[in-house]
Design a protein around this ligand. Sequence first.
Ligand SMILES: NC(=O)c1ccc[n+]([C@@H]2O[C@H](COP(=O)([O-])OP(=O)(O)OC[C@H]3O[C@@H](n4cnc5c(N)ncnc54)[C@H](O)[C@@H]3O)[C@@H](O)[C@H]2O)c1
Length: 281
Amino acid sequence: MIKNICVVGAGTMGNGIALAAAQQQFNVILFDINEKVLDHAKTTILHNLDFLVTKQKISAEDKTNIEQRIVYTSTIEDCKAQLIIEAIVEKLEAKENIFTRLAGINDAQTILASNTSSLSITEIQKRIDHPERVAGMHFFNPANIMKLVEVVKGKFTSDATANTLIDVCKAMQKIPVLCNDAPGFIVNRVARPYYLEALHLVEKNIAGIENIDAAMESLGFKMGPFKLMDLIGLDINLAVSQSLYDAFDKAERFKPSTIQQNKVAGGELGRKTGSGFYSYK
Ligand SMILES: NC(=O)c1ccc[n+]([C@@H]2O[C@H](COP(=O)([O-])OP(=O)(O)OC[C@H]3O[C@@H](n4cnc5c(N)ncnc54)[C@H](O)[C@@H]3O)[C@@H](O)[C@H]2O)c1
């Protein structure tokens, strides 16, 4: 049974995954190359725990215990665990490199799971020793709250690995859904028109972003497409559109929007940079 988890990358997703795991008794190592991100992750986790205490969802003692189960580090040699959940930049080469290094530090039984939104698990696992222990574990944002996790089987992922990840998700009080490797997996594939059609409406001057968000929220969606893209990160959301566009032979329905491309080029990535479609300053 898995008890020790290392989360690699402490950004938007990494700190939420670390908290979700520590809340359910897992010992967690949270690693990032950037000390500032680690500090920010610690502050965010403490803030979320304080909120849970205020809402009487956990006691002050629970808070202390959860805090103590998380170790923060910027030293890769500390990343030894039974399960590694990678949540670094959405770049194939970076993910291959980090998994290769982590495979060298850990033993052959350590499961290497990627939280990628859009990259192929089969591509990632190809160059890693013992590819049968590599899989996708796709959490949703905010990862400490959202229940769904897509457990993704690449071409070489073993049933044992997938089953272990399903058990870990359940122990984390998540709802795992198994899926074979395919562009966008389930949710990002089905939900793509939600973002792209909204962007087309703005491009064609049919409606403004506030009105589109208000319309979709009034209909029952928790967040309008523009608020949701700001939460996800415009760079991440664009990477998913681009990967579906490439995977489907440049099909017009997955064509990335120039509005979003321009925002990403200008460093307006959403909440994490203080501005995206809305301002958060
Ligand atoms: N943002 C979302 O809503 C969302 C949802 C599901 C999945 N994902 C996926 O999760 C992953 C992370 O996304 P994010 O939004 O948290 O990104 P982010 O930009 O907020 O955080 C990425 C972190 O990785 C760190 N990093 C980069 N290279 C590293 C390395 N070699 N070793 C250790 N740390 C490194 C960076 O310092 C940064 O803190 C991506 O693969 C993304 O597709 C994102």
